[in-house]
Design a binder for this molecule. Structure first.
Ligand SMILES: *Cc1c(COP(=O)(O)O)cnc(C)c1O
Length: 466
């Protein structure tokens, strides 16, 4: 065993004294450099231990250069994990739904190798990429057929293009939604090649308005769930059943964009009014569109379920290819859908639903447990438990508040905004929300397994490094 080689490996201190690393200590931080030097040296020691013949150990100077290069690369921007203490469970800026462990496991299994993405293992023949999840989607929604694309914006674009390119799509003026900047229904419609035919008014649209707009150039009737706003007061819009009856009579398909993709009724969790995919299918919609990473709690994707003949049209359109999902998404979606086959299992294992379903007592207990730990942090002035309310977010269920508990922090010095910034700059990054000059850490959106990490991360904060 060439253990004498160990003596040739420079010590951590020796390396820290070398010019390339000494200058990095000033630029980055002492702790970061020491940690990175160790992560570099440890595998080298392991290599030497298992080596059967002599291996080359670089000189201290050479090694220092290499480690410095590595640290500079490591400091490059990348996605940083976040503890989401904003209270917003579906935060698009923070990546929407955290995935179930079963989904993560299945993603890992297929990610590093090959998978039966477009082949049927029994026959060895080519098959549709979405066959894996289609069976689960039809089982859970009652639809005849299903397909999956990159996101719901993509699913909408695809459905409009495949069913109504060059023809008119009738939609209520009360449902011309904008979802986060670049998603504006009139623009999506234009890009798809379908022509928008607006009917009714902002607050009132009747089935008669749809009927009078129909003629031989009509390609589809579209209903859009007003996910992120509500029209209240003197309002009216036709029911899906009425639209379906009209569509049948006129011979045009009805597209129902339900947005959030609830597979069960969320009313029992205090979130009423979110359309359920199976209800839309039961009401007769020809195709129902929704996101995979909103209330379904899965990976980013857009799902279309509906009549076989309609789904076949979507599959045959060239946009299908441009918007297709990869094997990793399919694996995660299949695993998540399998959990939804039993709502109780979903409640336990789909993080989104677990967060929604967490009792206020649980949140209060956890907040109380965190208070002394957070109060002991040097950057924190005071910490106390406060009751509050939050939104689900992600453009779902507007106007409905979820009850919650938070830890409210005041800064030990400087301002509350600076405290918020300090927490955001950590790894993991901690996002809270500033309210009335306090930083609220809202436990509604914090995974219970991250409570300890939240306290630990806060305790690592120091003013001078901001
Ligand atoms: C969120 C949403 C979309 C866009 O879905 P993405 O998955 O973000 O592309 C489209 N329509 C409705 C009604 C929505 O709520």
């Amino acid at each position: 065993m060439p253990n004498n080689l160990f003596r040739n490996i420079p010590s951590v201190n020796e390396l820290l004294e070398s010019p390339p690393l000494r200058s990095l200590v000033d630029k980055v931080s002492h702790n970061v450099v020491v940690a990175e030097v160790r992560t570099f040296l440890d595998p080298m020691r392991a290599d030497i231990q298992t080596a059967t013949k002599d291996i080359h150990v670089p000189s201290a100077g050479e090694l220092a250069e290499r480690i410095a290069g590595w640290i500079v690369t490591e400091q490059q921007p990348r996605l940083r994990p976040v503890i989401n203490a904003t209270g917003i469970i579906l935060h698009t800026g923070l990546g929407r739904a955290p995935l179930a462990q079963a989904a993560i496991d299945e993603m890992a299994v297929v990610a590093g190798g090959y998978a039966t993405v477009e082949v049927d293992p029994d026959s060895g023949q080519r098959s549709q990429r979405v066959r894996t999840v289609e069976k689960l989607l039809t089982e859970l929604t009652g639809a005849e057929a299903a397909t999956v694309v990159n996101n719901n914006a993509g699913a909408t674009m695809l459905a409009l293009a495949a069913l109504a390119q060059g023809r008119e799509v009738v939609v209520s003026r009360g449902q011309l939604i904008e979802i986060g900047g670049s998603y504006r229904l009139p623009e999506v419609m234009e890009t798809s090649g379908a022509k928008l035919r607006e009917v009714g008014t902002t607050n009132k649209t009747r089935i008669g308005d749809f009927d009078s707009a129909c003629h031989e150039q009509t390609g589809a009737l579209l209903r859009v769930h007003t996910s992120n706003y509500q029209v209240v007061g003197f309002t009216e819009s036709p029911s899906l059943e009425e639209l379906v009856a009209l569509g049948r009579r006129r011979g045009v398909p009805v597209i129902d964009d339900i947005g959030s993709g609830a597979l069960i009724d969320f009313a029992k969790y205090g979130l009423a009014g979110e359309p359920v995919a199976s209800d839309s299918i039961a009401a007769g919609a020809d195709v129902v569109l929704f996101s995979g990473d909103k209330l379904l709690g899965g990976p980013q994707c857009g799902i279309a379920v509906g009549r076989r003949e309609v789904i076949e049209k979507l599959l045959a359109h060239p946009l299908m290819r441009a918007l297709r999902v990869d094997k990793v998404t399919l694996a995660a979606l299949a695993a998540t859908l399998r959990l939804w086959r039993d709502p109780l299992t979903a409640e336990l294992h789909v993080p989104l639903l677990t967060l929604v379903a967490t009792s206020v007592e649980n949140l209060k207990n956890r907040a109380e447990r965190l208070v002394p730990q957070l109060a002991a942090c040097s950057v924190v002035g005071t910490a106390e438990v406060v009751e509050g309310s939050t939104y689900l977010g992600g453009g779902a269920v507007p106007g409905q508040l979820l009850p919650t508990w938070c830890v409210a922090l005041t800064p030990a010095k400087e301002s509350v905004d600076r405290l918020a910034e300090l927490l955001r700059r950590q790894t993991p990054s901690v996002f809270g929300r500033v309210h009335q000059n306090r930083l609220l850490l809202d436990l509604r959106s914090v995974l219970p397994s991250q409570d300890a990490l939240l306290a630990e991360t806060t305790s690592r904060c120091q003013w001078e490094h901001a």
